[in-house]
Design a protein around this ligand. Structure first.
Ligand SMILES: Cc1ncc(COP(=O)(O)O)c(C=O)c1O
Length: 454
């Protein structure tokens, strides 16, 4: 069995020969000039530079580049639950720009209050008090700060291979070497445990989860004795879907140990998984829920923490003094997004379309030797590619090839963990569009398998 630990590679490695081939075949002179200008004036960093293409437009499920090529976007950085350029969100943003475009500290505004009140209504359990900020990493930082203030402790428990943001505090609880390594000391007391991933269990359950991962969390919480918080995504984007008893057991262990449970739902909140919040699949309510990405309607940078009123304990200290803490335009976008999701029934839609897609992906898995497993929760879908069904050796090169062949055919998505085709379309997608995208993946797999790829 392949090792459970893997340094997360996002798949769009700059040196990929398949990427080079795609660029050679598709990038014309005008695009080349803008890519060169981008490379000249932006600081470079892994996974961002050099850029792939130059976008001119995005609407619904589509990206359009400056040469008029259109791609179905099944990645969207997880911001596009309501589709790109959603007219209801744009109208709300435009109206708010005319009414009140910024809110100076010590003042409040109606969209901000309405948004906090709406979150109190739609989040599970007693969650009812919010604070907003402009990025997911900043929201994770606020959650960690609040956990310290509430518990008087500083240690955290989080998952290897996880990502919670690129700032130093968020990277400290993250579990990916790319963000933790070669950058000097991180926060002290950030302990890590293996993620609940039965298909690649670091604790050796061999695919038949017997919850030894939950037992490990219980053990560490008890032995450490002074952990402030467990922070994790309820479901990662690979997607590895934890056992039904995993989160209830971790919740109970946190309660016994006096630790808070922080759920980072930055990419998966607002309907993606077929529930408004992913934690609802396990019936577990965290002490702090962290939201972001699509919370700003795919237009504005918006993130939030939502917690129980009893945890409102920092009135005389700074929790998250962000300049755009109550930005009325961002709040108007978030409110319009939530209203749109509810009005259009996008949560139910994600559930139904996700079940349809998963059935089709499982049927594909029966025909393609490269597919090791088809997984999904709502419209969070993944096809894990392996070279050998028995050893589960990761088919990383093949996954990269599928990604660029699919891009050639007008479908954009991301590869997670090196070998998982991660498919996260807007929740507004039609069944026909979803079928077309899966047909593209199917064709690419057929082509690669025929050419000798595993
Ligand atoms: C699970 C998770 N947490 C936090 C973040 C950080 O969010 P942001 O990029 O808005 O800082 C991300 C971003 O990819 C994420 O996927």
């Amino acid at each position: 069995m392949a090792s459970g630990s893997f340094e997360g590679i996002e798949g769009d490695l700059n040196l990929s020969p398949h990427r080079a081939e795609w660029t050679r075949r598709n990038i014309g002179g005008e695009t080349r000039r803008w890519l060169d200008e981008d490379a000249r004036y932006f600081l470079h960093q892994v996974l961002s530079t050099p850029c792939l293409d130059v976008l001119a437009h995005a609407d619904g499920i589509y990206l359009e580049d400056i040469e008029g090529r259109r791609f179905m976007d099944f990645h969207g950085n997880s911001v596009h639950q309501v589709g790109f350029g959603n007219p209801a969100v744009i109208a709300a943003v435009k109206a708010q720009l005319d009414a009140l475009a910024f809110c100076t500290r010590r003042y409040t505004n109606i969209p901000a209050v309405e948004l906090a009140r709406t979150l109190a209504r739609i989040t599970p359990g007693e969650l009812g008090k919010s604070l907003f900020c402009p990025s997911g990493a900043a929201a994770v930082g606020m959650a960690l700060r609040l956990a310290r203030a509430v518990t008087g402790r500083h240690k955290t428990l989080s998952m290897w291979d996880s990502f919670h943001g690129a700032s130093l505090d968020a990277a400290s609880v993250g579990g990916e070497r790319m963000f933790r390594g070669d950058i000097g000391p991180l926060l002290p007391g950030t302990e890590h445990v293996p993620p609940p991933d039965a298909s690649r269990c670091a604790l050796g359950c061999g695919g038949r989860c017997d919850l030894r991962c939950a037992g490990y969390v219980e053990y560490v919480l008890e032995r450490e004795g002074d952990v402030a918080a467990v922070i994790a995504e309820p479901v990662r984007s690979t997607p590895a879907i934890p056992h039904p008893d995993y989160w209830p057991r971790v919740r109970a262990a946190c309660d016994r140990a006096g630790a808070l449970l922080i759920f980072d739902e930055i990419p998966q909140c607002l309907g993606r998984t077929g529930k408004m919040f992913a934690c609802e699949h396990w019936g577990v309510v965290p002490d702090i829920l962290v939201l972001g990405k699509g919370f700003g309607g795919g237009i504005l940078p918006m993130a939030a923490i939502v917690t129980r009123p009893e945890l409102d304990v920092m009135a005389d200290r700074a929790l998250g003094h962000y300049t755009h803490e109550k930005n009325p335009v961002g709040c108007a976008a978030a409110l319009a997004t939530i209203q749109y999701i509810k009005r259009e029934g996008l949560v139910e839609r994600a559930r139904a379309l996700g079940a349809h897609a998963l059935a089709r992906m499982r049927e594909m898995a029966g025909r393609h030797r490269l597919i090791g497993e088809a997984r999904g929760l709502g419209l969070l879908l993944g096809l894990e590619l392996v070279r050998d069904a028995e050893t589960r050796e990761r088919a990383t090169e093949e996954a990269d090839r599928v990604m660029y062949r699919a891009l050639e055919r007008g479908l954009s998505f991301k590869v997670s963990a090196g070998n998982v085709l991660t498919l996260t379309p807007p929740l507004t997608i039609t069944e026909a569009e979803l079928d077309r995208a899966l047909a593209i993946v199917d064709e690419c797999l057929t082509e690669i398998e025929a050419s000798g790829g595993s």
